[in-house]
Design a protein around this ligand. Structure first.
Ligand code: CUA
Length: 321
C-alpha cells in the first residue's frame, strides 16, 4: 500500500472510485501528482472553512437568548473583524487557488507540443473500444497502450463516431475525443505497472465497458513489444477471411477492415472487448459464440457457425501471438 492510500480516509476513497488500480488519488506520474495535491489542498481548505462557519453558527446558537444587537463597543468590534475576515479570506484564498491551478497545475498537466516527445501514439475512440496506433511504426493494437516507463509520451486523440473521453486517472486528466478534431494529452508513468483507464463521456449502451489499460514497462521490454507488434501475422485463415474480414484487420492477410479492432497480435493481449473480460480460452469461447450476450449492443454479430468451425476459428485467433 502506498503512502497516499494510507492517508486517504475510506469514505473519500469510496467517492474517488474505490482505490484498486483506477484511483484518482494514487498518482503514478507528475501530471497526476499535481492534480492530486491541488485536490487535497482544496479539500483541506473547504474543511477548515466549513468548520469555521459551523463554529460561528454554534456560537450564535449558544448565545441565542441574548439581544440581537451587540451592545458594547468590544462586541461590535468583534463582529466587524469577523465580517471583515468573511469577505477578505475567501477573496485571498480563491485568488491563490486560481493562480496555483491555472499557472502551475494546468501547466504541469498540459499536452506536449507537437513533435516534442520521442514517442507519439494515436488513440481513436470507437463505440466501444479504443484503437491504438504508434507513430513511426506499423504496430496497431486495441484497448491496450504500451509505453516506456519514465518517458514523456504524446497522445493524439480523436474519434470515428461520437464524443468519448480518454481518462487514465493515475496518469493525467481527462481529454475528450471529438469528431474531426485532434486533442493532445501527455502520458508519463514513473514506475512499471498497469494503469486502468475508462471512457469518461457517455457514448451509448456500452459506455461503461469502454475501458483501456496503459502498460508502462522498461524501455527494452517496450522496444521488443513494439517490434513484435509491428510484424504481420504468420498466416491467414479461410474461416476468418470468410466470416470476420468484413470488420477486422489481420496485417499480412487479406483481412483489412477497421470496424472492429486489429487482431494481428490478439492472443498477446490481456483482455477481450475493451477490458470487459480477461483474455482466457473460456472467455474467448463465450465472446466468439455470443458477443451480444457478453456486451449487448456492440457491433459484433453472432456468426452462428457450427461447432467444429467455432473451435477452428478460436484456435486460429489464439495462434495470433
Ligand atoms: Cu466511449 Cu463513453
Amino acid at each position: 500500500m502506498t503512502r497516499a492510500t494510507l492517508l486517504v480516509p475510506p469514505l473519500v476513497l469510496a467517492l474517488a472510485g474505490c482505490g484498486g488500480n483506477q484511483n484518482t488519488l494514487n498518482p503514478a506520474g507528475h501530471p497526476e501528482r499535481s492534480i492530486t495535491q491541488l485536490f487535497w489542498v482544496m479539500f483541506g481548505v473547504a474543511i477548515v472553512g466549513f468548520g469555521l462557519i459551523m463554529f460561528l453558527l454554534f456560537l450564535g446558537w449558544v448565545r441565542r437568548e441574548q439581544p440581537n444587537l451587540p451592545g458594547g463597543r468590544g462586541e461590535r468590534t468583534a463582529v466587524q473583524i469577523v465580517l471583515g475576515f468573511g469577505v477578505a479570506l475567501p477573496i485571498v484564498l480563491l485568488i491563490a487557488l486560481f493562480i496555483w491551478s491555472d499557472f502551475f497545475v494546468m501547466r504541469s498537466t498540459a499536452a506536449p507540443a507537437k513533435g516534442s516527445t520521442a514517442l507519439t501514439i494515436k488513440v481513436i475512440g470507437h463505440q466501444w473500444w479504443w484503437e491504438v496506433r504508434y507513430g513511426n511504426s506499423t504496430a496497431v493494437t486495441a484497448n491496450e497502450i504500451h509505453i516506456p516507463v519514465g518517458t514523456r509520451v504524446g497522445v493524439v486523440l480523436t474519434t470515428v463516431d461520437v464524443i468519448h473521453s480518454f481518462w487514465v486517472p493515475e496518469l493525467n486528466r481527462k481529454v475528450d475525443t471529438i469528431p474531426g478534431t485532434e486533442n493532445r494529452l501527455l502520458l508519463i508513468a514513473d514506475h512499471p505497472g498497469v494503469y486502468r483507464g475508462q471512457c469518461a463521456e457517455f457514448c451509448g449502451l456500452q459506455h461503461a465497458n469502454m475501458a483501456v489499460e496503459v502498460i508502462a514497462e522498461p524501455k527494452p521490454q517496450f522496444d521488443a513489444w513494439l517490434a513484435h507488434n509491428a510484424r504481420p501475422a504468420a498466416r491467414g485463415n479461410t474461416l476468418f477471411a470468410q466470416n470476420c474480414s468484413g470488420c477486422h484487420e489481420i496485417r499480412g492477410t487479406p483481412a483489412r477492415a477497421d470496424v472492429g479492432p486489429d487482431l494481428t497480435h490478439f492472443a498477446s493481449r490481456r483482455t477481450i472487448a475493451a477490458v470487459t473480460l480477461p483474455n482466457t480460452p473460456q472467455n474467448l469461447r463465450e465472446w466468439l459464440r455470443d458477443p451480444q450476450h457478453v456486451k449487448p449492443g456492440n457491433r459484433m454479430p453472432n456468426l452462428e457457425l457450427g461447432n467444429a468451425d467455432w473451435t477452428a476459428l478460436q484456435r486460429y485467433v489464439e495462434s495470433l501471438r
